[in-house]
Write a protein that binds this ligand. Structure first.
Ligand SMILES: [Ca+2]
Ligand SMILES: [Ca+2]
Length: 72
């Protein structure tokens, strides 16, 4: 079994410029560096579900939003 990643560490890995938010571009880059291709439709659904949790719907995923999505 692979070791379960710490979601906070994963968030920091995705947040390349360390501004506290994951953008769609950062998410796509992080996934492709893991060998995963993400389609625009997948991005839309990931960001729609995650981004609506804190009600700001700013098109970026904060750590709080990421943790909610992680535990789904
Ligand atoms: Ca960022
Ligand atoms: Ca947000």
């Amino acid at each position: 079994m692979p070791e379960l990643h710490d979601p906070t560490a994963t968030f920091q890995e995705f947040d390349r410029d360390a501004d506290g938010y994951i953008t769609r571009e950062e998410f796509t880059l992080a996934m492709s560096s893991r060998g995963e291709e993400v389609t625009a439709a997948e991005l839309d659904s990931i960001f729609k579900v995650s981004d609506e949790h804190d009600g700001d719907v700013d098109g970026r995923i904060s750590l709080a939003e990421f943790l909610v999505a992680w535990h789904k």
